[in-house]
Design a protein around this ligand. Structure first.
Ligand SMILES: [Zn+2]
Length: 210
């Protein structure tokens, strides 16, 4: 088993923290992030790295599959984070950040083998029922266009689904109407490092110029 160690922390304290003491001094007084990001728990997706962000810029909520649950669900960690970001911190941007090779999206199609029956994933299975509409839309899309990449279509549908779910949050709709908030859908390609942004007009994802 690979042991956890503190080498990375020691390096952070000695180099990054030391070079940015003024920033951390200011951050100790409070935060004013410009963007909330809801992304997948996947270890390969690091919004801070992808955006070359500094501490204090991004308010991040992570869950399996970057899912936004319906507004009505109570005691939800993701809903609490959205509420705090939009109503208390008043972030002007909210991004749903999905990604390639998403295990959560793949799991929607996965049929358990006999061996896997003994692995407890009951909470994961239950949580992922929220993403079924993304799977069903992708299945339909791929039936008509078999050459399409079903995994990618599901991941992108899932991003759109999360955006649609945000429309069931009354305070989000109000902020959008007041133009104090913008919602964005991004898809990050782990293998190429490319970032694609959802375009509401064409309903397509478009690659960000480098
Ligand atoms: Zn994922």
């Amino acid at each position: 088993m690979k042991k956890i160690h503190f080498d990375g922390y020691k390096k952070f304290k000695k180099v990054y923290f030391k070079d940015n003491e003024k920033l951390f001094d200011e951050l100790a007084e409070g935060q004013s992030p410009h963007t909330m990001i809801i992304t997948c728990s996947d270890s390969r997706v690091s919004p801070v790295k992808i955006l070359s962000a500094t501490p204090g810029e991004l308010f991040i909520a992570r869950n399996i599959g970057n899912i936004v649950p319906p507004y009505e669900v109570t005691k939800g960690a993701t809903q609490s984070a959205i509420e705090y970001a939009v109503n208390a911190l008043k972030v002007p941007n909210l991004v749903i950040l999905g990604h390639s090779s998403c295990g959560a999206c793949a799991h929607l199609y996965h049929e358990k083998t006999e061996e896997e029956e003994h692995v407890e994933l009951s909470h994961v299975d239950d949580w992922l029922t929220l993403a079924y509409p993304a799977k069903h839309n992708a299945m339909l899309e791929c039936l008509n266009n078999p050459e399409k990449n079903r995994a990618e279509i599901t991941e992108k549908n899932n991003i759109q689904l999360s955006i649609q779910r945000l429309m069931s949050y009354p305070y989000i709709v109000e902020a959008l109407e007041n133009k104090t908030l913008e919602i964005h859908g991004w898809w990050y390609n782990i293998g190429t490092g490319d970032l694609e942004v959802y375009d509401y007009g064409s309903r397509c994802f478009k690659k960000v110029d480098e």
